[in-house]
Design a protein around this ligand. Structure first.
Ligand SMILES: Nc1ncnc2c1ncn2[C@@H]1O[C@H](COP(=O)(O)OP(=O)(O)OP(=O)(O)O)[C@@H](O)[C@H]1O
Length: 240
């Protein structure tokens, strides 16, 4: 089976701090993967490295067979924080930008997502609440027909009832052959769609297992297992 993601001996340092070290990770196509770790574990950094936004790493990152940063970008739909847009930009114009920049952007799928997520095109970015902004990011990210999706804490500002609905809906919007990596501090809300769990701890991949295997081998739920790993508060400082 073709790998969608292959990371070999990845080490990343920033401002003389080791953020990730000796990361090895291999994921197949067609999976829902939870990326878990305490605050500052390196989840966002890993996503930024995969999509090619963070540079200057050691080791290899291959997405869909492509190691080059630019080629990787075209295969990855990443939920960035829309920092590049002014507050006065309308949702409609952001959608237009995505349509022009990403050849895999599916306008029909976007319309369905926007309707489902109650997004109004005439609204301006600056007028959106945190939750509405996150809904927009989810719609834009999933409207691309990419083989790999990276969703970084996509639901943190979204109310609980909507979260459940969105999590269930995700299975319909993503092609079966695509892989979705979701980072979340609320594993209990996404475990029902996950089939794989990746845990980052001590700047590296601590565990990567199918959730079925994990439950069978550890005799507990995915959330209980994750909590047992972090039974003490993480240290504030990063190892030099
Ligand atoms: N630009 C930067 N310069 C220096 N250190 C950074 C930078 N960005 C992140 N870091 C450090 O890298 C580590 C990993 O941060 P990252 O944001 O990837 O963690 P995270 O797992 O996504 O955390 P959270 O769950 O809190 O969002 C942290 O120790 C953070 O302080």
């Amino acid at each position: 089976m073709t790998k969608i993601l292959q990371i070999n001996d990845l080490t990343y340092r920033k401002n003389n701090q080791t953020i990730l070290k000796n990361v090895n990770l291999s994921l197949d196509k067609g999976h829902f993967v939870g990326l878990a770790g305490a605050n500052g574990a390196g989840k966002t950094t890993l996503m930024r490295l995969i999509v090619g936004v963070a540079k200057g790493y050691q080791g290899g990152i291959v997405v869909n067979g492509q190691p080059a940063d630019v080629a990787r970008k075209s295969f990855v739909s990443y939920s960035d924080e829309l920092r590049g847009f002014k507050d006065s930009t309308s949702i409609k114009d952001i959608q237009l930008f995505y349509r022009l920049v990403y050849p895999d952007f599916d306008s029909e799928r976007y319309q369905e997502l926007a309707e489902f997520l109650n997004l109004t095109g005439t609204k301006r970015l600056g007028s959106l609440s945190k939750g509405m902004r996150e809904r927009l990011m989810i719609a834009l990210t999933l409207a691309r027909k990419a083989p790999l999706y990276l969703l970084d804490e996509p639901f943190s500002g979204i109310d609980v009832m909507s979260r459940k609905k969105i999590v269930r809906g995700m299975l319909n919007w993503v092609d079966q052959s695509s892989t979705v990596i979701i980072s979340s501090h609320h594993l209990e809300e996404i475990t029902n769609i996950l089939d794989t769990l990746v845990i980052i701890k001590d700047q590296t991949i601590f565990d990567c297992r199918s959730t079925d295997e994990l439950v069978e081998q550890e005799h507990c739920s995915v959330e209980e297992y994750f909590e047992s790993i972090y039974d003490t508060l993480p240290e504030d400082d990063v190892q030099k």
